[in-house]
Design a protein around this ligand. Structure first.
Ligand SMILES: Nc1ncnc2c1ncn2[C@@H]1O[C@H](COP(=O)(O)OP(=O)(O)OP(=O)(O)O)[C@@H](O)[C@H]1O
Ligand SMILES: [Mg+2]
Length: 311
């Protein structure tokens, strides 16, 4: 990304895949590059951003697609829930217009009346009371949580093959969150939807994801199946994240918060991006050499010099 301070490499060397019906959770603290990496896939970064590499969806490379092709994929094969719901809602159109236009464009329904019927069903599915009333409203007439649910309904309307959800339920009550997670699971069963679930809430990850990808400083520092990563986290950063999760900490154990804050992408440290905050000390390589992401067993990979004897 070109900035006033030169070119900042916000996200580096990310490499992962999502199979049909699978859920990959992308986790990491604020500023680790979770949203930027998702927006990059969909060609939604501002004009001064440059994306290199490939992102295959259904055998086609998203990075190489024209704006028009991307728009059609975004509307059709890929559903996206953005972190800020207002960016994806049009303030001057009613919720009904926005939902039915999408449904008609996807040819999911044959008539306007059928589209309204389906739109009301979708709003009920995401737990909105009085769905017909909501159809007639404009975005500013709804609460933040209601808008968030509308955005989720719009993303699911086309029964996408891939759903990218960026902090989709973080702001919602636990009961509504559970309802939405169930809805997404149903969509996965019925349509084989692959899901990228971006969150800094590790609590939901174990329950919904097949795989986890941990980001730090714009890099993947660890990935693997949920069992591999949760049972034997290899990277000191992941161990810190899991240690700071109340429900997973051992009973009576003190919660370990990771001291300090993540580095901005314009000011990444040399060596391992995490070393200035790392609680494990003593390996001089950490300050000078960037540990590569290497297999540590099964489908588990980690980028750390401390992977062996990790616990
Ligand atoms: N358009 C942009 N131009 C320059 N830098 C940007 C731009 N968008 C994001 N960044 C920077 O990229 C880094 C990663 O941001 P990103 O939004 O991906 O983080 P995140 O992991 O999604 O965090 P959060 O959990 O807060 O949503 C941040 O340091 C951010 O300041
Ligand atoms: Mg984000």
């Amino acid at each position: 990304m070109d900035t006033a301070r030169g070119t900042a490499h916000i996200v580096n060397g990310l490499d992962y895949s999502v199979a049909a019906g699978q859920t990959v959770a992308v986790v990491g603290e604020s500023g680790s590059g979770k949203s930027v990496s998702a927006l990059a896939l969909l060609g939604l970064l501002p004009g001064h951003a440059r994306v290199s590499g490939t992102a295959r969806f259904d055998g086609r490379d998203l990075v190489a697609m024209s704006e028009a092709e991307l728009r059609s994929v975004r509307g059709n094969g890929i559903g996206m829930v953005f972190q800020d719901p207002m960016t994806s809602l049009n303030p001057v159109l009613t919720i009904g217009r926005q939902l039915t236009e999408g449904l008609l464009a996807h040819r999911a329904v044959g008539s306007k009346a059928a589209a309204r019927e389906r739109a009301a069903e979708l709003l009920a599915d995401v737990g909105l009371p009085d769905p017909r009333g909501v159809l007639a409203k404009h975005p500013h007439e709804l609460s933040g949580g209601m808008r968030q649910r509308v955005v989720i309904a719009i993303a699911l309307a086309g029964s996408p093959k891939l759903l990218i959800a960026d902090e989709a339920t973080t702001a919602l009550d636990v009961t509504v969150q559970a309802q939405i997670l169930d809805l997404v699971a149903r969509l996965q069963d019925e349509h084989g939807t692959g899901v990228v679930w971006i969150t800094h809430d590790l609590g939901v990850v174990a329950g919904i994801a097949d795989r986890v990808l941990v980001m730090y400083g714009g890099r993947c520092v660890e990935d693997g199946s949920v069992d591999e990563v949760f049972d034997a986290p290899a990277h000191p950063y992941t161990r810190g994240l899991l240690g700071s999760l109340p429900s997973l900490a051992e009973p009576g154990a003190d919660l370990v918060a990771i001291a300090g804050t993540p580095p901005p992408p314009t000011d990444l440290p040399p060596g391992c991006v995490f070393h200035p905050r790392c609680p494990v000390r003593g390996n001089p390589r950490c300050a000078t050499e960037q540990p590569p992401l290497v297999p540590v067993g099964g489908t588990h990979r980690a980028a750390t010099f401390y992977a062996e004897g990790a616990r």
